[in-house]
Design a protein around this ligand. Structure first.
Ligand SMILES: Nc1ncnc2c1ncn2[C@@H]1O[C@H](COP(=O)(O)OP(=O)(O)OP(=O)(O)O)[C@@H](O)[C@H]1O
Ligand SMILES: [Mg+2]
Length: 281
């Protein structure tokens, strides 16, 4: 097992006691099971260098992202070495920041534990005493597929309430623990309020999940959770526990009715002073 340099640095300074096994080695990152003095056994995601995975840092994702430092933003926009290094650490920092935000909002994601140079330590998601499998690896009954589709949509809606869209959601970035979905892999998550592609990315995320689950239950194609939740979100009617129906048209009617009721209430409020105060003629 080849231990990347970034992980070796954590071993040297005592933050990681032992590397137990490698879980995955992919294009973007390698994930290891490690034992640590502070957190016990956990997952260590070790990022690959920017050149090897720059395709995921497309404009779609970074639009609306700012470091808060204009010199750094300009450097990141350029291709200089300094700019690349800054982009690299912003990318890793973005995953940790997104996970902290979502964990605080009560989402079913791995708990983030420690963010170090090139490595993110997080809770190891387990299922039946083993690291949890990807949604992609299972076979499902019709009922299970319909239930999972809805459970995933509810998590995506709760993420949206916390202000984020995953933007790379698929059967490979959802784990199954105790029959429930756990969303992972968040470096590209976009700010729902600041990124102009947010709606398109949200609808695409859910379309990916729908496409996969439709192999087991073709009827999931009828549930348009993406457009439904975006509409409710825009109308400020979406809450983390809003029960989604998957019926976009119905949601549109409810939202329209809500707008009419609000307009009536506002009109009434605007007229109120004239009842209590009549100008002298
Ligand atoms: N916290 C975790 N608990 C259990 N397994 C995990 C955890 N994090 C990641 N994994 C496993 O590692 C795989 C890769 O992780 P992740 O999706 O975060 O990286 P990635 O950027 O997609 O990497 P790549 O594209 O190179 O596969 C996951 O699909 C999952 O199987
Ligand atoms: Mg992944």
């Amino acid at each position: 097992m080849l231990i990347p340099e970034a992980l070796r640095a954590l071993i040297e300074d005592g933050q990681v006691g032992a590397v137990m096994r490698q879980l995955k080695s992919g294009k973007e990152a390698s994930v290891f099971v490690v034992d640590t003095p502070a957190f016990g056994v956990c997952a260590a995601k070790v990022y690959k260098s920017a050149e090897k995975r720059s395709f995921r840092q497309r404009e779609d994702y970074v639009e609306g992202r700012r470091s808060g430092d204009s010199r750094m933003d300009r450097a990141m926009a350029k291709g200089s070495r300094f700019g690349r290094e800054q982009r690299e650490s912003a990318w890793q920092g973005a995953e940790s920041a997104a996970m902290h935000r979502l964990h605080a909002a009560g989402l079913r994601i791995p708990r983030p534990l420690l963010s170090a140079e090139g490595v993110l330590l997080m809770e190891l998601v387990m299922d039946h005493g083993e690291p949890a499998p990807q949604l992609a690896n299972g076979r499902y009954s019709r009922e299970q597929a319909v239930r999972l589709h809805r459970a995933i949509a509810q998590q995506v809606a709760a993420m949206l309430c916390a202000g984020l869209v995953h933007a790379d959601l698929s059967e490979f970035n959802i784990l199954l623990a105790g029959g429930q979905p756990v969303i992972i892999d968040l470096p590209q998550a976009v700010d729902a309020a600041r990124n102009n592609n947010a709606k398109r990315l949200l609808v695409r995320d859910l379309a990916n999940v729908t496409r996969f689950l439709a192999r087991f239950a073709p009827e999931v194609r009828r549930f348009d959770y993406g457009n439904e939740m975006w509409l409710l979100h825009e109308q400020r009617l979406l809450r983390p526990d809003t029960a989604l129906t998957g019926r976009f048209q119905a949601a549109r009617q409810i939202a329209d009715a809500q707008i009419v009721l609000q307009a009536i209430a506002e009109a009434k409020a605007a007229r109120l002073p004239s009842r209590v105060w009549t100008p002298a003629t």
